[in-house]
Design a protein around this ligand. Structure first.
Ligand code: AMP
Length: 222
């Protein structure tokens, strides 16, 4: 039986950071559609170029571009036992397309991180990302040992073009309108668990790990 864990939450809720840790703890690959788009952009693929204009304005990439890319990724052998989704689904049609694709024996668990708006803004605008290994630092909350350099691989850290305040506000508005309805979608199916995301990262991780291995998360169907 395979297992799909979905991390939901607004931009800056800590999905990426928590997903890397949770993926290692659960032994399931971390599949981030944002990372897949950024990889495509870095390689200059036609998909990456199409996605760029939407991403840089804080808008969602159209569903058809997301779905092909995502289903291609989760169709690879490493995802046969399941996977951890970060940043997908972000719209109701994406959630419906995922549900249609999963076999009835797959258990699905959606973990919803909630964080106050003011904290989200601070986390996003202070975030610095490693363009090489994807490691994430924060200028105040998780500064690198050497200023401006990734602790993991030493590459110069960058601010993502969509991590500025103006683009963050647009991303938050898009989240409220298009992605937040997914809470209702998964709650109605008995698949949603709420996790307060304001706590220290280690406490949030413990809560996520506990919930994702709890019986309520096993055997639940999409
Ligand atoms: P993230 O790294 O998850 O914050 O994603 C960065 C950007 O990639 C988003 O603001 C969107 O423009 C795009 N993106 C990532 N995942 C999706 C998705 N599931 N649907 C539509 N757009 C997405």
């Amino acid at each position: 039986m395979s297992k799909v864990v979905i991390l939901l939450g607004p931009p800056g809720a800590g999905k990426g950071t928590q997903a890397s840790r949770l993926s290692a703890a659960l032994g399931l690959p971390h599949v981030s559609t944002g990372d897949l788009f950024r990889e495509n952009r870095a390689k200059g693929t036609p998909l990456g170029k199409k996605a760029q204009e939407f991403m840089d304005q804080g808008m969602l990439v159209p569903d058809e571009l997301v779905l092909d890319m995502l289903f291609d990724r989760v169709g690879r052998p490493d995802c046969a036992r399941g996977y951890l989704l970060d940043g997908f689904p972000r719209t109701l049609p994406q959630a419906e397309a995922l549900a249609k694709r999963l076999s009835p024996s797959t258990s699905v668990c959606a973990l919803n991180l909630s964080v106050r708006d003011a904290a989200l803004l601070d986390r996003i605008t202070g975030r610095r990302t490693c363009p090489s290994c994807g490691n994430v630092h924060h200028v105040k909350n998780a500064p690198p040992k050497v200023e401006g350099q990734c602790d993991r691989c030493g590459t110069a850290l960058v601010q993502r073009p969509d991590d500025t305040e103006a683009v963050f506000r647009e991303r938050l508005a898009v989240y409220r309108k298009q992605t937040q309805p997914l809470e209702g979608y998964y709650r109605a199916r008995g698949l949603l668990q709420d996790v307060p995301g304001d706590d220290a990262p280690d406490r949030v991780f413990e809560a996520l790990q506990k919930l994702s291995t709890a019986p309520a998360c096993e055997g639940a169907r999409a």
